[in-house]
Design a protein around this ligand. Structure first.
Ligand SMILES: [Zn+2]
Length: 218
């Protein structure tokens, strides 16, 4: 079976295991959606927010793009697919949380850090250039830091930049100020299988304190 036919089989499995077993839930979704959280994630096939955050259809309003970037109000072109989706999530669905989910080994951020690898790819280059200010964060590091540390610093910086860019839209910043909308920065480490959350107090991404309960040895 080739990959595409595997996908069709996958839908069959979804229908048997979820749709037909939870008819009431899916019938409610037919009438409306009421997600509380909007997630901006990377297109990367390894970083599916619904799987990583263990969510069902209807629970997350998801926007995916190269490197999980959000343009500032000065940068957003018209039409902007990203901003149209965020506007819909904020104004029509009244989401209570916006999460920007970055990740390790991000090809988009790698391109930003190594322009020679994408300089002939107009659309990728234009897009990842949104995150150019995140490169300034590399000034915090010494030149002898290994490439993966430098990449992580830049990947995390791009997530924080996107959160800042969100605040450049008055219809977002006003909701954040009144407390009806909360912004969150998450970072997923592919190798560790660990999720990090930005702490404004510590000014750093910290691993989630949630741990799998250890099995009793008794
Ligand atoms: Zn990525």
């Amino acid at each position: 079976m080739d990959n595409f036919h595997q996908l069709l089989q996958g839908f069959h499995n979804f229908k048997q295991k979820y749709f037909l077993k939870e008819r009431e839930y899916f019938e409610s979704l037919e009438k409306s959606q009421n997600p509380k959280t909007l997630v901006v994630a990377c297109c990367d096939s390894r970083v599916d927010p619904a799987i990583l955050l263990h969510c069902k259809p209807g629970e997350l309003f998801v926007i995916r793009n190269v490197a999980a970037l959000i343009p500032s109000s000065d940068q957003a072109d018209s039409p902007s697919a990203v901003m149209a989706a965020i506007e819909y999530g904020v104004k029509h669905l009244s989401v209570e949380h916006i999460v920007v989910l970055g990740h390790s080994r991000c090809g988009g951020i790698h391109g930003l850090m190594h322009p020679e690898t994408i300089c002939n790819e107009k659309y990728i280059w234009q897009w990842v250039s949104i995150a150019a200010p995140a490169l300034d964060r590399l000034d915090d590091l010494t030149d002898d830091e290994p490439p993966e540390v430098r990449a992580r610093h830049c990947e995390e910086g791009a997530v924080l930049l996107s959160l800042d860019n969100l605040l450049s839209y008055p219809w977002i910043s006003s909701k954040v100020e009144e407390g009806s909308l909360k912004l969150h920065a998450l970072y997923y480490d592919l190798g560790e299988g660990e999720l990090y959350r930005f702490s404004p107090e510590k000014e750093d991404f910290l691993p989630l304190a949630l741990k799998t309960p250890k099995k009793s040895t008794k």
